[in-house]
Structures are given as C-alpha cells and as structure tokens.
Ligand binder design. Structure first.
Ligand code: SF4
Length: 392
C-alpha cells in the first residue's frame, strides 16, 4: 500500500447566481435533478476508486460551485461510498464549501451528520457595500450569523475574505482583518481581487466602470496581511492561506505537496499515478459522458517527467515551508530541477530562503512568485537520453 494518503475532490458545479469576479466552473440552472447528480457523481467516484485501489483516504473536499446546495443525502452517499472504496486515515478530513446565507446555514446540522467535519465559508467581506460590489447574495449580518451556526456544528471552520477591492486602504483592510482574527477561527483564506479574463468584472474594467487597485497598494495590503496574521498566531502557510499550526487544510496540502488526488465531478482535475485527469466542464456534457462511458473524463494523459517536475515546483513554492528541490529532482529522475545560481541570487535579494536543498519564498518572494518560477525553473537530466516515468 502506498503510504501517502489519497485526497478526493468532488465538484458540485451549480450556484444560485454567477458572481462577477468568478472564473470557476460554476453554472446557474433552474432545475437540478438531485437524484441524477447523486448517481452520476457516485459512478464517477467508483471509476476513480477502481484505478486507485490499495490507497488510504486522507481527505475529501466538496468544492464548487456551491456544494452546500447539494442535497445532504447526496453528500452522505458520496462520503459513505468513499469510505467503502478506500480504508481511511484515523483523522479523515472532510471539508465542504458553503455560502453564508440562511438557506444554506439551515443545512449545516445535516451536513455535519453526514460526516463533514470542516466547513469553508465564503464570507468574503464584513461590509455590505463590498458584498454588493462583489455580487454576493448575503449581507454582512447573515454572514456572521452563518459563521456562528457553522462554529456550533463543525469542529473546524475556515472562512474566506476578498481584499484589495477598489478603494481599499491599509486602514480599512486592517480593520476587517482584525475583526476576522477576533472571530475564533484557526484558518483563513484571504484572496486579493484579481480580474480574470471572461468575467463580468473584466468587461466592466474594459468599459471603464471601475479601476482595479494598483499593484503597489495591493502589495502593501499583502504585506500588512502577512504581518497581522503572523502576530495573531495564524501565519501564512501558503500564498493566500493562513492557519494556526496544525490547522492547515490537509486536503489542499496534498495538492501543494504534489500528492495524488482523485478529482470527480464536472471540470474536476486529478493527479493519479503519474497521470493528469480532466473531467468535462459543462454539467450536461459531464452527465452524457457518465452515461456513455461510466466516467466524466475528457482527458487522461501521462505527465512527462519534465511536466511533473515543473508542477512540483509551481505547487511547492506556494507553501511557506517551500520545497526540498533535491528530493523533488530525485523523485522525477533529474540531476536538478532548479538553477541553483539563480536561486542563490534570489536568496541574496531577500526573495527566497535556502537551507541545504530546501528553498522557500519569503513574504516578498510570494508576491513575485510567477517571475521567480520563470527564473529558477530548470530541469536538468541526469544524463542525456535517460527516460524516466513521472509516476512516483
Ligand atoms: S458562489 Fe463561488 S463558485 Fe459560485 S459564482 Fe460565486 S464565486 Fe463563483
């Protein structure tokens, strides 16, 4: 049995409305046949399970879309099926993403009974004007009420905030963050607003309806975020994620540490035994594929050693603890996966730290991660012509 626990991601692709900044695989549909979706997701799960026998399950994550709109009976059925397919670790983490409105909060007791033991709540802001700007359906008061209900039902509750909105200043953001840190959570996801192509916000920015916060001010807010969260004992452990030690999302750590994860449901990605898996994004196409093939896969391809080495670096350097670049090189059969001269230059400039072969981004480095990756990434083969499988 492979020792590394397996992570399972289940994607629920529906939302009540589309937020103007959102580029996730989320769709608005008037009618959702819950029974058909339960059966489809169970079928897709069974397909992954038969290809991943002999693994222990370490985490399940229901993401979306808005998975708190799933019938709790569907969540129960999927958790039960996953437990039947795989033996589990003693501390199986089961997270579900929820929006903080009264309809969804009313389901929290049922979701906890289904086995969900960690809730990730999309609060996004404590300010009603900001919530309206973000197109959210809940008010600040509803958000706080839902948080209280969640904290009564789940042993672990994380919530999200979005910052660096137009008009945000260090004073206003620090006040929000201090409030967030006083609400008794041990995990926060704090995202800067980014304008993604194809979203309603992208159209609005191109029309001149508003201007995104400029990069320097956004960087200042990021640094203030790092300092305040660290002082409160919930430091950054990833670019946008902050936790008290031991309260990190074990599921997401699997991605960033480049462990195997099965991804089921529309648009879900997976990494299984050296393969990349991608599911049909559009809900209707996914259901047809399930009926036709018994799974929702649109792409199932082996990763080359170079692709896998690039991914391990991209994911690992998101983490504050960084990556053992030497171990990663050996895992994929390379002499090295980074240019060490350039790494040392970035250590000298204060963007990376290095201890033996472990490299990690500093707070300043996390802000410039894309350019750092472009600079240091360099997979160097052990010897020309050697072919190594990406499977590890
Ligand atoms: S609720 Fe989440 S997934 Fe749904 S549209 Fe809004 S941001 Fe996207």
């Amino acid at each position: 049995m492979t020792e590394e626990p397996l992570a399972l991601y289940v994607h629920w692709p529906f939302c009540v409305s589309k937020c103007p900044y959102c580029d996730f695989n989320s769709h608005v549909r008037l009618d959702i046949d819950q029974a058909a979706w339960r059966d489809a997701l169970l079928t897709d799960l069974a397909h992954e399970a038969q290809l991943l026998r002999g693994r222990r399950l370490g985490s399940i994550f229901f993401g979306g879309g808005t998975p708190s709109l799933m019938d709790p009976a569907t969540v129960t059925a999927l958790i039960d099926a996953a437990r039947a397919h795989w033996p589990r670790t003693d501390d199986l983490e089961i997270t579900l993403e929820a929006n903080p409105n009264s309809v969804e909060a009313a389901r929290f007791a049922d979701l906890a009974s289904a086995g969900v033991n960690r809730l990730s709540l999309g609060l996004q802001s404590f300010d009603d004007d900001a919530l309206r700007f973000l197109g959210r359906a809940h008010s600040s008061a509803e958000g706080l009420e839902a948080l209280g209900i969640a904290q009564r039902h789940f042993p672990r509750v994380s919530f999200d905030l979005i910052y660096a909105l137009p008009g945000d200043t260090e004073v206003t953001w620090k006040a929000s963050l201090e409030r967030a840190l006083s609400l008794g959570t041990t995990h926060l996801s704090l995202y800067q607003l980014t304008i993604e192509p194809g979203t309603r916000f992208a159209t609005m920015v191109s029309r001149g309806d508003f201007e995104p916060l400029d990069g320097d001010r956004a960087a200042g807010l990021y640094e203030a975020t790092d300092a305040l969260t660290a002082a409160a004992g919930t430091p950054a452990y990833e670019i946008s994620n902050y936790a008290a030690p031991g309260h990190e999302s074990r599921h997401n750590l699997t991605y960033w540490r480049y462990g195997d994860y099965a991804g089921v449901g529309p648009g879900a990605h997976g990494r299984r035994l050296g393969m990349r898996t991608v599911r049909h994004r559009k809900p209707e196409n996914f259901l047809s594929a399930i009926q036709r093939n018994g799974h929702g896969i649109i792409e199932d391809a082996p990763l080359s050693a170079t692709e896998a080495a690039d991914e391990v670096l991209v994911m690992g350097l998101r983490l504050a603890q960084g990556i053992d670049a030497g171990a990663a090189a050996r895992r994929f059969g390379f002499q090295s996966i980074v240019d060490w001269t350039r790494v040392d230059r970035l250590v000298a400039s204060g963007h990376l730290t290095r201890k033996d072969e472990r490299i990690a981004p500093t707070s300043a480095g996390r802000l410039l991660l894309d350019s750092i990756l472009a600079e240091i990434s360099a997979s160097e083969p052990i010897s020309a012509g050697r072919q190594v499988s990406a499977a590890a």
